[in-house]
Design a protein around this ligand. Structure first.
Ligand code: NAP
Ligand code: F7E
Length: 343
């Protein structure tokens, strides 16, 4: 049996960690790109790294989407069958503070990867498939529901960078016949979500308030509506997109949209709290431009990939609060506060 080899950029992120677990379970040889940092930050993939009694189940390489040579080198070394590009400066609010950096990594980084794969495929005569992590943010102010045929109307430097990347993927597919596809994923969350995205900020606060570790939660716009799914379900969709006989673009979503206020109610209620007694709105947490309502139409993925979401937003909120309650109990016992940083 021929073992397939996958390369994941962004393997230390939320989605990268779930995708690495999925591909290891499917029998792939899994490689991941990590960028250099002063201390390793591989907590999300710790279970796949070498332990006292077990060998590593993935191989890590230093590279960076801002460094074309490093991408070329890793692709030559790994000789992947499938590349999943999940790396990005992925925070929309931060993209307004660091627009140039965001465009370089989230936009131009994809072009660097496409060129590295094109050159490798040309001199080895092998097919290398590419999955690009596109985003519902690309729809921006387009009216819901949004599908593969909805026009992009991006509302942030992050969304503009993702639109650029999207069309480069389409362009390489059409110009060079590359197997390259875009997953247009709506928001997806999990207990591994970064602490400065709104769902995790809410579930973490609900747990810490419950245990008396904090009393207030500051948030921005509570009226925005999002279509929230579970990251564990969405990485399965990424893999299915890459197994399709022809490279295509797919919307992945739940089709259900609720407001930040609704998500607050779900999370705080599960922790036995009334959110209205604890939440302040802070104008500094509003964005220069907002995406008001996202609601995905995933009928193409259902029909052609046999994919549909398995986790409701209420189940997702409960799963995240339960996980954050366990972390808060640990924090209460040890006094060690994790996940602190700018909001
Ligand atoms: P995430 O948790 O923020 O992870 C981003 C990953 O990219 C991290 O591993 C990060 O490494 C890495 N990275 C950042 N800059 C890099 C660079 N210059 N070179 C190499 N790696 C770099 O994001 P996520 O939620 O897993 O999302 C995965 C992808 O899907 C992203 O492209 C995101 O934009 C996109 N997306 C996400 C959602 C969602 O709702 N989660 C929806 C649609 C699209 P460090 O660990 O070193 O920071
Ligand atoms: O904001 C509002 C905020 O940062 C959601 C990324 O994964 O999904 C994510 O982008 C909403 C926005 O996610 C706070 O204004 C209110 O309307 O959790 P978020 P996002 O911007 O939707 C897309 C699909 C991606 O591709 C991105 O990579 O919540 N909101 N108060 C707040 N948001 C944050 N972060 N913090 C607040 O205090």
């Amino acid at each position: 049996m021929n073992q397939k080899t996958a390369l994941i950029t962004g393997v230390t992120g939320q989605d990268g960690s779930y995708l690495a677990e999925l591909l290891v379970a499917k029998g792939y040889a899994v490689h991941g790109i990590v960028r250099r940092s002063s201390v390793p930050h591989t907590e999300r993939i710790a279970a796949l790294l070498a332990g006292r009694d077990r060998p590593a189940r993935i191989t890590l390489h230093h590279a960076d989407l801002s460094d074309a040579n490093s991408l070329r080198h890793v692709i030559d070394q790994v000789a992947p069958d499938e590349v999943y590009n999940l790396a990005a400066q992925s925070h929309v609010r931060v993209s307004f503070d660091q627009p140039e950096y965001t465009v370089d990594v989230t936009g131009t980084g994809v072009l660097r990867l496409l060129e590295a794969i094109r050159n490798y495929a040309a001199h080895t005569r092998r097919e290398v498939r590419l999955y690009q992590a596109g985003s519902s943010e690309m729809f921006g102010s387009a009216a819901p529901p949004q599908s593969e045929t909805t026009r992009f109307q991006p509302r942030s430097p992050y969304a503009c960078a993702k639109v650029y990347a999207h069309y480069q993927v389409v362009n390489y597919r059409e110009s060079y016949g590359m197997y390259a596809c875009n997953g247009i994923l709506f928001n997806h969350e999990s207990p591994r979500r970064g602490e400065n995205f709104v769902t995790r900020k809410i579930t973490r606060a609900a747990a810490r308030i419950k245990l008396g570790l904090q009393s207030r939660l500051a948030l921005g716009n509570l009226d925005a509506r999002r279509d929230w799914g579970y990251a564990g379900d969405y990485v399965e969709a990424m893999w299915r997109i890459m197994q399709h006989p022809t490279p295509q673009d797919f919307v992945i979503a739940t089709g259900i949209t609720i407001s930040i206020r609704d998500f607050l109610a779900l999370a705080f209620e599960h922790a036995g709290l009334d959110w209205r007694a604890h939440v302040d709105t802070d104008a500094r947490l509003y964005r220069p431009a907002e995406v008001d309502e996202l609601q995905g139409d995933y009928r193409k993925a259902a029909a052609e990939l046999g994919w549909s979401p398995r986790t409701s937003v209420a189940e997702l909120a409960r799963m995240m609060v339960d996980s954050d309650l366990r972390l808060a109990q640990h924090e209460a016992a040890t006094g060690v506060v994790s996940g602190q940083g700018p909001e």
